[in-house]
Design a protein around this ligand. Structure first.
Ligand SMILES: Cc1cc2nc3c(=O)[nH]c(=O)nc-3n(C[C@H](O)[C@H](O)[C@H](O)COP(=O)(O)OP(=O)(O)OC[C@H]3O[C@@H](n4cnc5c(N)ncnc54)[C@H](O)[C@@H]3O)c2cc1C
Length: 514
């Protein structure tokens, strides 16, 4: 906490003293869990959206960069540090290289140019779509905006469905903007309308009521759907997955306390769902196919801490459980059987690419976008869980929101790139202070790792060619924003700094300086 406040008073996001212009601007903080932006000199005590504590807030760098609209920027070619100013600094404050190693960056400044457009249509009422409409209105008052959602409700905080399930929040707290916000912004919202066709040649979409809507530019934010594994019994009525408010309601209606619930999948969603149900008195078992929990986000050592905490909540966990059949019992390939009155599938998501494929846009795992979030059709952009950006399908809230903004800026002709970001994860419904980011697997000899652990703490740093590329931190809440900043800045460490984990920590605590 103290660290964040101090860094705001004396530093910009990249550890440069603030210039007068920046000091006069109001400051902003972003919740690293849900992306909520809080305007003010200090972070809020807790996030009004996802309940994260003030330690989970970091200085909102994007706001600062945006506000410095016409500032010239220089990027350090070694560590990607961005310097604001009319010339490159004599030495990079992050990695120490001299001004020769800086290149001029122009594209991150938002230009004043706005493409003359009459009608922008956004399809898909999730966070990526909301972020896109917010951004368009921020920069262009006149263009007609039509926002189409397949859901009955106005867009809501989907990432908080597990908190709704655990009764930590009520349904009324889920809505992102009330109807009057859209009215004030002159955004025409269609709810409960399914897009059935996209015609790039006619620049038109079709709805399930056969309405045709013409667009100048289209932003596809159709999100993703739960992956239903091809297992016998996966479509039985007592087998459910959670993606919408309706899913939460039907789960709470169908499953009565005392019944056994089997959560298939020990990833973030499975763990959060299990935790929410256990806190309400359900008898929960997690069946994970791998050797440990959260295999995409944690190594075995870190996962053991999560296992311990879940068991304290009364949750049973079985590993290497490859489900082959579901009925009133769930059967694994090795013959093990688990009783389950209800089964919750938390086995990942798949991008909603059906319409894009039909429209013959380039689709791989997701709808393929370039750095400008543009699809293979020049008038169609995309953002959020539907997208695949240079082989990466993120499936994360923060990134969907950020991509929505970038897509909108590019629709307006502003040429702002999305450079990709390391994936980061934190748990929000369990009382486990866990953060993981980037790569933590030692792929080959160019990777090294340093770690330390105690009863309730675990810390791991992973380096590739001495550049920090990943971390897992349990019990180090105060450090997460600093670790994230160093990984995003691709900080390079010297051999001496890599001697011990404590010397690495010192550099991280000093904001990247040795
Ligand atoms: C229970 C739960 C917990 C989560 N927790 C976290 C977390 O802690 N951290 C994190 O980073 N992420 C979390 N996520 C993931 C996060 O919510 C998603 O990454 C994010 O919501 C993606 O936003 P989006 O706008 O791309 O897509 P979505 O939120 O999926 O929105 C897409 C919208 O498009 C609509 N749509 C689809 N097809 C059509 C059509 N043909 N016509 C009209 N509308 C259509 C859908 O109905 C939906 O409203 C969680 C997800 C769930 C379900």
């Amino acid at each position: 906490m103290k660290d964040i406040k101090e860094s705001v008073k004396i530093e910009t996001s990249h550890n440069e003293p603030m210039n007068k212009n920046q000091q006069n601007k109001s400051l902003a903080f972003q919740c690293v869990i849900c992306g909520y932006i809080h305007m003010g000199a200090t972070p809020p005590k807790s996030c009004p959206i996802c309940g994260a504590t003030d330690d989970e807030f970091e200085v909102y760098e994007q706001t600062m960069a945006m506000e410095e609209e016409k500032a010239t920027q220089f990027r350090c070619l070694n560590c990607e540090y961005i310097h604001q100013g009319e010339e490159a600094p004599s030495l990079c404050p992050v990695c120490g290289l001299d001004s020769e190693h800086f290149e001029k960056v122009q594209q991150t400044a938002i230009s004043d140019y706005v493409e003359p457009l009459e009608h922008i249509v956004i399809i898909g009422g999730g966070i990526a779509g909301v972020s896109a409409v917010e951004t368009i209105r921020e920069y262009m008052d006149t263009v007609k905006i039509t926002f189409i959602s397949g859901e009955e409700r106005l867009p809501y905080y989907r990432l908080n469905l597990t908190r709704l399930l655990g009764a930590q929040i009520g349904e009324e707290e889920l809505c992102i903007h009330p109807q009057y916000w859209y009215d004030d912004q002159r955004i025409q919202v269609f709810k409960k309308k399914i897009v059935t066709d996209i015609s790039p040649s006619k620049k038109e979409i079709t709805l399930n009521d056969h309405t045709h809507i013409h667009y100048d530019k289209l932003i596809c934010t159709l999100g993703a759907h739960p992956f239903i594994p091809p297992i016998e019994g996966a479509n039985l009525p007592h087998v459910i997955s959670i993606r919408s408010i309706e899913d939460v309601h039907s789960l709470l209606e169908d499953v009565t306390k005392g019944q056994s619930v089997l959560v298939m999948g020990g990833g973030v969603l499975g763990i959060e769902t299990a935790g929410a149900l256990a806190s309400k008195g359900y008898k929960v078992t997690i069946a994970e196919g791998s050797k440990w929990l959260m295999p995409r986000q944690l190594n075995e050592e870190a996962a053991a801490y999560v296992d311990k905490n879940l068991r304290k909540l009364g949750i049973d966990i079985v590993y290497n459980f490859i489900t082959t059949q579901i009925s009133t019992v769930v059967v694994a390939s090795d013959g093990r059987q688990l009783e389950a009155d209800s089964v919750i599938l938390a086995t990942g998501v798949r991008p909603n690419t059906y319409l894009a494929r039909k429209a013959e846009l380039e689709v791989n795992q997701g709808l393929v976008v370039d750095n400008y979030m543009q699809t293979s059709d020049e008038h169609i952009y995309a953002a959020g869980d539907i997208t695949e950006h240079y082989g990466v399908v993120y499936g994360l809230w923060n990134i969907a929101k950020y991509q929505g903004r970038i897509a909108a800026l590019n629709v307006l002709g502003k040429k702002v790139p999305f450079g990709g970001v390391p994936r980061s994860n934190a748990l929000k419904v369990l009382d486990i202070d866990l953060f993981s980011i980037g790569n933590f697997t030692l792929v080959d000899a160019s990777y090294t790792a340093l770690s330390k652990e105690s009863e309730d703490h675990y810390l791991l740093f992973v380096f590739k060619d001495q550049i920090i590329v990943g971390s897992i931190a349990i019990g180090y809440k105060h450090l997460t924003h600093k670790i994230k900043a160093r990984i995003e800045a691709k900080q390079q460490f010297t051999s001496t700094q890599l001697n011990t984990i404590d010397s690495v920590l010192e550099v991280i605590l000093n904001g990247g300086k040795a």
